[in-house]
Write a protein that binds this ligand. Sequence first.
Ligand SMILES: [Mg+2]
Length: 320
Amino acid sequence: MPGEFALIDRIRDRAGRRDDVVRGIGDDAAVLALPAGHELVVTCDTLVAGVHFPEETLPADIGYKALAVNLSDLAAMAAAPAWCTLAMTLPDSDDAWLDDFLDGFLALADEHGVSLVGGDTTAGPLTITVTAHGLVPAGQALLRSSARAGEDIWVTGTLGDAAGALAQWRQRGPASAKLRYRLDRPTPRVQAGVALRGLASAGIDVSDGLAADLGHVLAASGVGARVDLGRLPCSRTLADHFEENRRWELQLGGGDDYEICFTAPAANALAIEQAMAALDLPATVVGQLEAEPGLRLLTPEGGAWSPPATGYQHFQGGHA
Ligand SMILES: [Mg+2]
């Protein structure tokens, strides 16, 4: 493993730099220029090898996902990502591992115009912590607490692919490369989050499974919901690999989707459809908010359905 200073130089040489970075990597702290009329939105997520991703995950995929999960949180708040910091705890890794990790991390950072402005490195079991900073016009952040009974519940993209990949990985049987790609390379819905400003009433990213994450919105907003299982958006690949009941289980309780679940008045449905179509991103109404607390899951026949578990179980089963 290179010395800490050599490692920091290596990262600094490759990190892009926005005009609003007054001081980036190389000082005791970064200095960033905030645009007038905006609020700073900050999020932090840690990935631990063996807990949040299988140990054999490629370093470029780890780098990509470490940033992607943070950009997903900013997207759910309708914030445009701007800057990030990276704290790495690394076992005895080599330059090639770090270069591969940075390939994945910085490719996604560049795609979204995000500057890496600082961080920290220590030796130990592989753990990656990213803090991401985004900008939103004052007062326009999408919160969990502003959903209202009667509104539609929407989901971007499709649900369950990543959970399907984890299920296949656990069984050590045949695995779909398409599903595995969705687990390793989730697409943070950054443009969708920004496009939902003024259209959505509340939002959250689907990291722990739709049932758990929608549950956070319901609790914060003091409402309940009905979700129609037959309307849950599902990729063809997931449908090819899992039968309906197992699919619902993966879609509701699996997690790692990094889609946005948001709520909106029915009057905004057309504008939302047009905004998502402009981004070439499907968005689907999966249910309605109701005054009665709790989450009711209905089969296409109208019967009540209970998932075996709600909330993402990390793949070693240690966390919920
Ligand atoms: Mg989140």
